[in-house]
Structure formats: structure tokens, C-alpha cells
Design a protein. Sequence first.
Lengths: 117, 107
Amino acid sequence: NAGVTQTPKFQVLKTGQSMTLQCAQDMNHNSMYWYRQDPGMGLRLIYYSASEGTTDKGEVPNGYNVSRLNKREFSLRLESAAPSQTSVYFCASSPGQGGFGTNEKLFFGSGTQLSVL
Amino acid sequence: RKEVEQDPGPFNVPEGATVAFNCTYSNSASQSFFWYRQDCRKEPKLLMSVYSSGNEDGRFTAQLNRASQYISLLIRDSKLSDSATYLCVAGFQKLVFGTGTRLLVSP
């Protein structure tokens, strides 16, 4: 049982390049999320998808786009990477529908270390 | 002011010690509370949910004080393997993560 799988694990981009981070979960979860983690900032929500076919902005959505391809997959795209997007990115999923329900537990992927030069 | 605040530590304790972390949250409407554990360069993993009545899971005890808006985590009989960063989480409709408290358990 893989849980939440993210690819790639590491990526180096030049400013202005684009890329897509892939995420898939095999737990039949309804909700999926993308977070970034920076030193001293904690985990911050970029976008989330409360159910297949819906996406919503989180705390720091600027510079990112997402696609909920199907129930299993939720991708994060950087159209024109900037050094400020250097971070560790985590995808997560949770069983409930509707985003952050009460006591909704999150299951995280292993993360993507992204550097933008 | 951050929505969820934690002492970053590190807390340095010997094996077998009892250690406690506190965390405060600013949104009085918060209904969901958790402690997550994060090892260096790894993903956060759920340690335990936190309930108003307090709850225990083996050596770990979590407490919630709604009046003072703080959450605590008590670890008894610390093990070397408890060394990690502990993330406090609180929220209502969206979960807010603290920046974490680092624990180092030494032999």
C-alpha cells in the first residue's frame, strides 16, 4: 500500500522554467492538498481539492496552478518558476469530502525538494 | 501574530526523561487539533489527535485547554527514537500548522 506518492523527489529549475509536480494516492481519499514548507514558516497550504473536479485556493496560491485529474491524482504546476518558490513541497490527502472537516487527518507524501536558481 | 505558535526549541533531554511541549492558537473557532511528528527531511506523520477531554496513546498524552487556547503534548520515558520535530496543528475549516518544536533525546 503506497499511500501518497509524489514525483519527483528533487528538482532544480532556472528562473522562468515551468514544471509539474505529480501526486497520486491509493487510499480512495476524497480530498487532496498541496503544501509548501519553508524554514521558520511552517507548512502553508497552496491549493486543495475537496472532491474530484473541484479545486480551491489556499493561503499562498500565487504562481501556482493545480489540476485534479481524477480521484487519485492532484498535480501542481509552476508556470514560470521564481527563486521565491524554492521550497519543499508536500502533497497530502484525507478521507473526507469538503476539504477540512472536523478532525480530518492528513496523510502526506514524501515531499519534493525544489530549488529555483 | 502567528495563528499557531510553538517554541522552536530544541529541547535536549536524556533518555527516560519526561518532556512537555505547549502550543497556542489564536482562532477561538478552531475545532480540530492534532500533533504531527516530522523527522529531518521527511514528511509529517500524524502522532495523535487532541480532544477536549485529553487523550493518551502509550507514552504520549495530549491535552487541550480551550479557555486558554493552548494544546500540550507530554512524552514520558523518552526514547532516542523520539528525536524529531513535533508540529502542532489547529483549525476550523482549514488546518494551520505551527513551525514545530525540535526534540533531541540523548543517551
